[in-house]
Design a protein around this ligand. Structure first.
Ligand code: NDP
Ligand code: MG
Length: 385
């Protein structure tokens, strides 16, 4: 494998730091050429001193001078602000972008990298939820591989290797069910942020952890799967699998089902995306079939976890609805994290915003940006009431 220069957008997050662990473990294969953070200047500086990237971007412009001073004796160039993310994404000095910013903020730099013809390792699912048609069309046009990092999509991608044009009957996205599996609304109504932040199987950033607790994450992943694998909504099924050992499955038109399995560890799909088409050896813990283990599957309770039903509705309606769903959800999740609204209120905010924002069947990129903005302001107005 030739050496790959990786640009980690969101290097201080859960995915970003694990991607740097993979790079540190494989210095012959990978180097970090661009690192970006929003506000965690301390960690960004530490990472820059260790990995010696060509460029770092700090989103919060107030922190620019501090980062610049700390890296003054190095060859690392320091940029700041939202626009600088796009500027960095447009640079030549990297081979693959690991898109690991959380939320809508990841869309523009990722789009820039796709336009530039750079390979994408995609963790930022919101990019495809918001504007999946345009991102994937542009990727196809520019022959840009978009390799999923999300564990379910990595599983599907791995199941599809070698299948050529063989038709997919359906994909089965597995979901752990989160910390509130089996709970009913009378319990959920009293859930507080600290409880919702305790995921049973995965340690992740705050936003996706809340999305996992509400099952919105699985809804976003259905939309992500539609765009990554060119599927119709009816070809995407969700099954709760609390053990998180089967990461997802593909059923082909002959009825044969392939599954990708392993212990839950995001470093695996991260290194798979970075090294694709090769696999690289590691000493991560292995799944042991000799230990007592039961793998179980059940249907999700979408009457209780209504966020998943709303996401399915957005998936079916298409157009700007997934973008609106995503924007309202981001506002709702951050309000919940600040203890401004309750657990079930998040669903109300998303539902009312989807009813309010006008439907657009085939939005342009500008119209996606506008729908995002309108949905955010409306969702915020519901919370401030
Ligand atoms: P984290 O919250 O841990 O990290 C987010 C990263 O993005 C940080 O580097 C953060 O910087 C940066 N960031 C936050 N807001 C902005 C902004 N407005 N502009 C630019 N940069 C920003 O998130 P995760 O690592 O958990 O998730 C990242 C993405 O990967 C999400 O889309 C998530 O859905 C997806 N994903 C994550 C998984 C996981 O296991 N964590 C699994 C599957 C998918 P700072 O640290 O300075 O705030
Ligand atoms: Mg996932």
């Amino acid at each position: 494998m030739t050496h790959k220069r990786i640009a980690i957008f969101g290097s201080t997050g859960s995915i970003g730091t694990q991607a740097l662990d993979v790079i540190a473990a494989n210095p012959d294969l990978f180097s970090a050429s661009i690192l970006t953070a929003q506000s965690n200047d301390e960690l960004l500086i530490k990472q820059a001193l260790q990995f010696k990237p060509l460029v770092v971007v700090i989103g919060d412009e107030k922190k620019y001078q501090g980062v610049k001073d700390a890296l003054a004796a190095t060859n690392t160039k320091v940029l700041a602000g939202e626009k600088a993310l796009e500027e960095a994404a447009a640079m030549d000095d990297y081979d693959m972008m690991l898109a690991a910013i959380v939320g809508y903020a990841g869309l523009k730099p990722t789009m820039q990298a796709v336009q530039k013809g750079k390979a994408i390792g995609l963790a930022n699912k919101e990019t495809l939820v918001v504007a999946g048609d345009i991102v994937m069309e542009t990727a196809l046009k520019n022959k840009v591989p978009v390799i999923p990092v999300d564990s379910e999509h990595s599983a599907i991608f791995q199941c599809l290797v070698g299948e050529g044009r063989n038709k997919i009957e359906k994909v089965i996205l597995t979901a752990s069910g989160g910390p509130f599996l089996g709970k009913k609304p009378n319990f959920l109504v009293n859930v507080k942020r600290d409880h919702a932040l305790q995921h049973p199987n995965w340690s992740m950033g705050a936003k996706i952890t809340i999305d996992s607790a509400t099952l919105m994450n699985k809804g976003l992943e259905m939309i992500e799967a539609k765009w990554l694998f060119n599927l119709e909504p009816e070809q995407i099924q969700v099954m709760i699998h609390p053990q998180s050992i089967i990461h997802s499955m593909v059923q082909f038109e002959d009825g044969s089902i392939k599954a990708q399995m392993g212990l839950p560890d995001m470093k695996l799909p991260i290194q798979y995306a970075m090294a694709f088409p090769q696999r690289i050896a590691n000493n991560f813990p292995r799944y042991d079939f000799k230990k007592p283990n039961t793998l179980t599957f059940e249907e999700p309770d979408i009457k209780t976890f209504r966020n998943l039903a709303l996401a399915m509705d957005a998936l079916n309606r298409g157009g700007n609805m997934p973008c609106v769903l995503n924007a309202a959800n981001e506002i709702a999740v951050y309000a919940f994290l600040r203890n401004r609204i309750g657990f079930l209120d998040m669903t109300e905010v998303v539902e009312q915003t989807m009813q309010k924002i006008p439907f657009i069947q085939k939005p342009t990129l500008e119209e996606y940006f506008d729908s995002d903005g309108e949905a955010r302001s409306f969702a915020a107005s519901l919370i401030h009431m």
